[in-house]
Design a protein around this ligand. Structure first.
Ligand SMILES: Cc1cc2nc3c(=O)[nH]c(=O)nc-3n(C[C@H](O)[C@H](O)[C@H](O)COP(=O)(O)OP(=O)(O)OC[C@H]3O[C@@H](n4cnc5c(N)ncnc54)[C@H](O)[C@@H]3O)c2cc1C
Length: 496
């Protein structure tokens, strides 16, 4: 039997770490506080309707293929990827009022040209620029443990250093986008990719324009049956290769002797272990699960959290051909919306509304003649004097009004409803201030300030998932699990 590792949390990051640790010969136990695997990537079923609770779009799908392959299986035997066309339908006020985004370069160029022929011509150049950013940054920032000095000082990485001056870190995403496009609506579409990591396009470094490339250039996919199938499949694969998962088992405390971890306290047991991989949010872990590390706690709680979200799960009577699988109804003043999200941390009167309708691809997700709407609105993280009990019904009214103005008056069509607001994000997933993507990516230094995968305060403590390197979003948390597993095998093989 290999050395024991306890993974705290069965989110996608924890499942990825567990799979990679088990294939490296460790004895792996996952403790999950909830009754299903996948954390944010779960599912809800109510009155004959079914929704994903979190991710609705998978970028960099090859990361999932690689994870299955490295665990000794074929992704195709577990999951079916489906192309998405259009990638997203954008709705604006004014004319033209809709834009279908396509991974086909020529189609996208034509669609953009309806807004501005000049901007249409820029599409290829912009995609090439985002592709170059990806090539320059991916190995170092997405695939490597950036906080490990020995990794940074390899010949390969040192030879890459001059190229780092080309990663466009000194402009904001919005500034770079505005350098390519003039039309405000097209700028809004390209700026929007900052929200894939819960950031503000007016603050986040232009390097993050790589997200546009991973959406269009790779391109993004849907998983047949819903994204929660991924969580289910990874949990199944874990169990097949001998990882034990204990559900309904919250970790109450990470035990340590000041220098190294010694075990885990659950409601009923103390589980002795010298290696813990926390898939729980790193800030929340230091706040609630680890005693006596106040300096670290103070440092981490100062970091700005990423966006949170408000989700309305609506079972809707009727079918709406004007909607695609993914839809965005933009606010007129996007910049003002981000000011509310990150500065005043309250609610803008005009909000950008995202609607995913998986029943377009999987009709069994809703009863006949109905659709399952997952309605997501970006929200500030929890802070100070917020009044969610007052805000949520107000936002609901505003969203319904906005949709009615776009010809989708569904006020009488909501057959069933449930709601998840930022307070629920905190309660359900123990995320820091209800944030979805860990700490915000609003500064140039975020990549380095994000909690490291190998903790330096306590030997044997590791982090994986959206709150640690390389950050949030499905492919990145899977990569995070892999990076962490690699570090555990590097540092924990022999008892030191
Ligand atoms: C509404 C929404 C929409 C999103 N849309 C997209 C999208 O379209 N595309 C995309 O790529 N990403 C999207 N994301 C982000 C993506 O879901 C996350 O980045 C990713 O799933 C996070 O995985 P994780 O492993 O970091 O953490 P989590 O999913 O947060 O998992 C952590 C797990 O740890 C458990 N845990 C925490 N504390 C304890 C404890 N003390 N004891 C035991 N267990 C514990 C939690 O219960 C949870 O299961 C979205 C997220 C949300 C919420």
């Amino acid at each position: 039997m290999g050395k024991k590792v306890v993974v705290a949390g069965a989110g996608l990051g924890g499942l990825s770490a567990a799979l990679m640790l088990k294939t490296r010969g460790f004895d792996v136990l996952i403790l999950e506080q909830n009754r299903q695997a996948g954390g944010k990537a779960g599912e809800r079923i109510q009155d004959g309707f079914r929704w994903d609770t979190g991710p609705s779009l998978i970028t960099m799908p090859f990361v999932i293929d690689e994870l299955f392959r490295e665990s000794g299986a074929r992704r195709q035997d577990y999951l079916t990827f489906e192309a998405i066309d259009p990638l997203c339908r954008y709705f604006f006020s004014g004319n033209p009022c809709t834009l279908d985004a396509s991974s086909n370069r020529e189609v996208m160029r034509e669609n953009l040209s309806r807004f501005s022929p000049e901007d249409g011509k820029q599409w290829n150049k912009f995609l090439n620029y985002t592709q170059k950013l990806y090539r320059l940054t991916a190995d170092l920032f997405l695939y490597s443990p950036i906080h490990e000095i020995q990794n940074l000082l390899t010949f390969k990485n040192l030879s890459r250093l001059p190229a780092l001056f080309q990663i466009d870190a000194f402009r904001s995403m919005h500034q770079a986008v505005s350098g390519y496009f003039n039309d405000p609506k097209i700028r809004q579409v390209m700026d929007r990719y900052a929200t894939y990591v819960g950031a503000d396009p007016w603050k986040a470094p232009a390097t993050l324009n790589i997200i546009t490339y991973v959406e269009y250039g790779m391109p993004a996919v849907y998983i047949k049956g819903g994204i929660a199938r991924l969580s289910e499949a990874l949990a199944k694969r874990c169990e097949e290769i001998g990882v034990e998962i204990r559900f309904n088992t919250p970790v109450r405390e990470i035990l340590h002797n000041g220098k190294k971890v010694t075990g885990i306290q659950t409601d009923n047991d103390v589980i002795p272990t010298s290696v813990i991989v926390a898939n729980s949010d790193a800030v929340s872990t230091f706040e609630s699960l680890i005693r006596g590390k106040d300096k670290t706690k103070k440092r981490l709680t100062k970091l700005e959290p990423s966006l949170s979200g408000l989700v309305f799960f609506w079972g809707i009577k009727g079918t709406f051909p004007q909607l695609a699988h993914h839809n965005i109804f933009f606010a007129d003043n996007y910049r003002k919306e981000f000011h509310h999200l990150f500065v005043t941390r309250d609610i803008s009167s005009d909000l950008t509304v995202y609607i995913a309708v998986t029943s377009k691809k999987d009709p069994e997700h809703a009863p006949g003649g109905c659709e399952n709407w997952f309605v997501l609105i970006n929200m500030p993280c929890l802070s100070g004097n917020q009044d969610w009990d007052k805000w949520v019904p107000e936002i609901r009214e505003n969203v319904l009004k906005k949709l009615a103005e776009s010809g989708l008056d569904v006020r009488e069509n909501i057959l069933t409803e449930s709601i998840m607001d930022p307070r629920d994000m905190k309660t359900l997933y123990s995320s820091n201030k209800g944030s979805i993507y860990g700490i915000s990516s609003n500064t140039r230094s975020t990549a380095f300030r994000r909690p490291a995968n190998r903790n330096r305060d306590l030997k044997g403590l590791y982090f994986c998932g959206g709150s640690s390197h390389p950050g949030g979003g499905v492919p990145l948390v899977i990569l995070s699990g892999k990076i962490t597993a690699e570090l555990v095998s590097r540092h924990e093989r022999i008892d030191k």
